[in-house]
Ligand binder design. Structure first.
Ligand code: BTN
Length: 247
């Protein structure tokens, strides 16, 4: 699949820009900003990106392969997270995934994804915006200002990182696989994804919007990318959405 990078020196948020311009943007457009003044993540968190040297971009996807309900839209962020892992590994860094799509190194977050899907009328897909932030050149001092444990590629390797080279490697990985993935779904990457899930078998807590947290053992990642969790009373739960924390 072809893609086109549209670069900005500064945006409030690449996701916000891509969502606002979604009707004018094309499938495969990539909005990148050198800095974001209001970068944000899931659960209303801010994403530290007001300093240059990091990867802040949003992919615009308008798949027309099938009706939206038949497309693995929710899994696209898992494909992108896996791609980020592969690019980090190519640089000698061991990366893992915290379901569904956080990328960690040594248990510290290095990349986060924010997917937003826009529909109109009777379920017509306008498009999807898949935001990706990767800490590439944040210093240890800057990382200390983040509320949760975080790291950057430069801290991990001891070397400065070239943002464009990292971006191109991630986008190549994602867009090379994207068409086939839209046809076959999560099962295409399940084994590679599972190989990077060290939390399986551990006690976790899943926080969900509008629902009580769920605590239990993370047992498996199902063939469609959902999490299988077993609570203390032995009940097996399927979890489609949520944020995972050590339980
Ligand atoms: C998270 O882990 O909660 C998701 C973080 C997503 C951050 C990226 S940076 C590029 C894009 N623009 C945003 O405002 N957020 C996403």
């Amino acid at each position: 699949m072809r893609y086109r990078i549209i670069e900005f020196a500064e945006l409030a948020s690449t996701n916000r820009h891509a969502c606002a311009q979604l009707r004018e943007l094309a499938d495969g457009d990539v909005i990148q900003a050198a800095i974001q003044t209001a970068g944000h993540g899931r659960l209303q968190r801010r994403w530290l990106s007001h300093v240059p040297g990091n990867l802040c971009l949003s992919l615009v996807l308008k798949p027309r392969h099938a009706a939206p309900a038949a497309l693995p839209l929710v899994n696209l962020s898992q494909l992108l997270a896996l791609g980020v892992c592969r690019v980090l590994e190519a640089q000698g860094v061991c990366a893992t995934i915290k379901w569904p799509n956080d990328v960690l190194v040594g248990g510290r977050k290095i990349a986060g994804l924010l997917a937003e899907t826009v529909f109109q009328g009777a379920g017509e897909l306008v498009g999807m915006v898949l935001g990706l932030g990767v800490n590439l050149n944040l210093t240890a001092k800057m990382l200390d200002t983040i509320a949760q444990p975080a790291t950057s590629l430069a801290v991990e390797t001891g070397n400065p990182v070239e943002v464009a080279a990292f971006r191109d490697a991630v986008l190549r990985d994602f867009f090379t696989a994207c068409d086939e993935f839209l046809g076959s779904g999560f099962s295409m990457i399940r084994q590679a994804y599972l190989a990077r899930c060290p939390f399986l078998g551990s006690q976790v807590e899943i926080r969900r919007a509008m629902a009580e947290p769920l605590r239990g053992v993370a047992q498996d990642i199902l063939p469609d990318g959902a999490l299988e969790l077993v609570t203390a009373d032995g009940t097996v739960h399927r979890v489609d959405l949520g944020e995972m924390f050590a339980g």
